[in-house]
Design a protein around this ligand. Sequence first.
Ligand code: AHR
Length: 337
Amino acid sequence: MSKNFRRAGAALFAAALTAASLVACSSEQAPQSGGDGGGGGESAAASDTIVLGFSQVGAESGWRAANTKSIQDTLTQENGFDLKFSDAQQKQENQIQAIRSYIQQGVDVIAFSPVVETGWDAVLEEAKAANIPVVLTDRAVNSDDDTLYESFIGSDFVEEGKRAGEWAKEQYDGEGYKMVELQGTTGSAPANDRKEGFGEAIAGSDIELIDSQTGNFTRTEGKQVMEGFLQKYDDIDLVFAHNDDMGLGAIEAIEAAGKVPGEDIKIITVDGVKDGMQALADGKINYIVECNPLLGPDLAEIAKKVVAGEEVEKRIVVKDEAFDQEAAKAALPDRQY
Ligand code: AHR
């Protein structure tokens, strides 16, 4: 189907949307345009520019900042895109509003990184009815209908958790370690999957999970949750944090409690952003499994193919590395994010 035909269909569909959804898209929540600020479909219809509406999770972590930069640096006018970008501040309702707004604008492609896994079918069906292809980046949705999106580009989070757990088992099994877990955002794919992968990997070892709470992927909440753990338990040996930022918050809490992070209490995290890698090189974190945030180029390629009506891979798994303290020292000088 041609771009212009799809835009006309989307415009008709938009006109038919209910008053309720129009109200939901108040100007306060309206996505910002990365381009001319106008209603994307009409202004770009005459050109080959691809109008892409992107709904980002938020700005909760260093990883997210690097991911946003990769998308904004790649989906540029020079590269053939008019990017409309919105930040959902970690709220699903904001993402749903942004997606509905992109449908009304008749963009060519909608891309988003779903804050949580469930609850997307209705809005994705609206996009499908408007003939607007959807690409998932970073996080998956949990839906029985995989025709609701064209492609999912992102890391294998279960595998990340597994790699972290395998390293923990290899290093610490037999020591009777007591572990606490700082979980990512409740209901999000990385929190669910990393927990699952880590748990599977340490099964059969004597590492004991004594407590687990969400720190919402932020440094502040990671610190707060770790402070609570330190008040409750005086025998914590190991922290598994679902991302670097929460691990960095935990370091602050551990130091404030007079203990030495990386020695008295070992720390394993996921991401590999610069601050995390620096803490690893400094000996305050013990191991990091990377989660590559540079998804802009893959998104641009898939969006171009989808608009051209070409077949695309349903699942694109991004490759991740893993680092111990020596590997972090070697990698830091060339680290891009
Ligand atoms: O979905 C990827 C995760 O989201 C990253 O690991 C975390 O830092 C971010 O907030």
